[in-house]
Design a protein around this ligand. Structure first.
Ligand code: GH3
Ligand code: MG
Ligand code: MG
Length: 369
């Protein structure tokens, strides 16, 4: 048997034999091991056929059957030396297997200690009975470990799955809370959060940004003329227009009612003015028509105010400057964009922070045309 073949093959065959023995619940006695070792290696055709038949018939490998098999094939002339060798092999394979388990699996320190203990006991064991004893404990502990490992894995998988689902639901809920259902733009709450992150980034990393506040002109009049439902359609249209014009690059929100706010990261007030004025122009060129009924709604215009972040700004101070500029745009006839710079007094100097109506405004070139 094993001594006639090389060491690596012995290990492979022995592992397979032990595995089959554990699958068929056969006690790990050297006698049984000899039988199954030969079965795996296939040197004895009769033995192989006998075992195959027993497996096919679904027979239980009782102590009696195991004993018969051993007696039939090893009974005569099986020397004590062979049994001793088998015992050594079992011991070696188990030690290797233990080392492998300890190395590859993640166990709790309790189990690890137990398994380490078995390794030591196997080394110290002097007789067969002792080894049988250790092996039965080892198998029990290993089964426990594997079961515990599987349970932990199952639980982990379950928890991961649950938390992924929860995460998705949470994201969905958050999205719903942060999105305005009518226009599908971000809502005021989302805007407040976003602008705070921009302000922080400016304070910490000097990342500039600008703000545009937009307000639809004479919207109350539009509602009065065409009804609130058509007013809603216009707000919806505004949502798609802003999204289209900004091409997803900037953050746009419905600030409330017929007001919208845009945040442009890394953009100066001058460039932001151009962006805002392009939006105004694109709306100015459109005659609105309600597709469903063909009803002509006429032209809708907007006014906008632009402000760029400055050192020392708070959420309120920045919004106030954009609002003041918007107020100025309204004052200057609506369908207009104004920047906080437009609020500087003639002859330059510091911007004046008073109500726009009290300020003498520097005329912008584009206003003069
Ligand atoms: P201004 O040019 O000065 O901004 O005039 P305005 O009429 O647009 O401003 P005002 O603040 O007097 O009125 C805002 C109007 O916007 C009143 C309100 O009916 C309308 N509005 C606000 N939210 C909604 C909405 O969700 N749906 C509709 N249809 N109208 C809205
Ligand atoms: Mg308004
Ligand atoms: Mg308005």
């Amino acid at each position: 048997m094993s001594r006639r073949i090389d060491k690596d093959t012995v290990t492979l065959v022995a592992k397979k034999a032990l595995l089959l023995m554990s699958q068929h619940a056969i006690p790990l006695y050297p006698e049984n091991y000899l039988v199954w070792f030969d079965y795996v290696i296939g040197v004895n055709k009769d033995l192989e056929e006998d075992i195959n038949r027993l497996i096919q018939d679904g027979k239980n490998f009782s102590e009696e059957i195991n004993g018969d098999l051993y007696k039939r094939y090893f009974g005569k002339g099986t020397r004590f030396k062979q049994l001793e060798d088998a015992e050594q092999e079992i011991r070696k394979i188990l030690q290797d297997a233990l080392a492998e388990i300890l190395y590859t699996q993640e166990f709790t320190s309790d189990y690890r200690e137990k398994l380490n203990g078995f390794t030591q006991e196997l080394q110290d064991a002097t007789d067969l009975n002792e080894i049988r004893h250790i092996v039965s404990h080892l198998l029990l502990a290993t089964v426990d470990v594997i079961k515990a490992g599987e349970q932990i894995k199952e639980r982990l998988a379950e928890t991961t799955h649950k938390s992924e689902e929860l995460q998705k639901e949470l994201e969905k809920a958050q999205q719903e809370i942060l999105i305005d259902p009518l226009t599908a733009l971000y809502n005021r709450k989302a805007f407040d959060r976003k602008i705070m992150t921009y302000i922080k980034a400016f304070e910490l990393e000097k990342k500039i940004f600008s703000l545009v506040m937009i307000d639809i002109d004479f919207f109350k009049q539009f509602n009065d003329e065409h009804g609130h439902l058509l007013g809603d359609q216009v707000l919806k249209y505004m949502g798609s227009l802003l999204t289209k014009e900004l091409k997803g690059k900037d953050f746009v929100a419905r600030y409330g009612g017929e007001e919208f706010a845009i945040l442009l990261a890394g953009t100066s007030a001058e460039h932001t003015f151009i962006v805002a004025d392009n939006i105004r122009k694109s709306l100015d060129g459109v005659q609105l028509k309600y597709v469903k009924t063909g009803r002509v709604l006429g032209k809708i215009t907007i006014s906008a105010g632009v402000a760029a972040i400055q050192p020392g700004d708070t959420l309120e101070s920045l919004i106030k400057r954009a609002d003041d500029a918007l107020y100025l745009a309204k004052k200057c006839g609506r369908n207009n964009v104004k920047s906080e710079r437009d609020m500087m007094p003639l002859g330059g100097g510091e911007p004046v922070r008073v109500s726009p109506s009290q300020v003498e405004f520097r005329k912008r070139q584009d206003q003069e045309k």
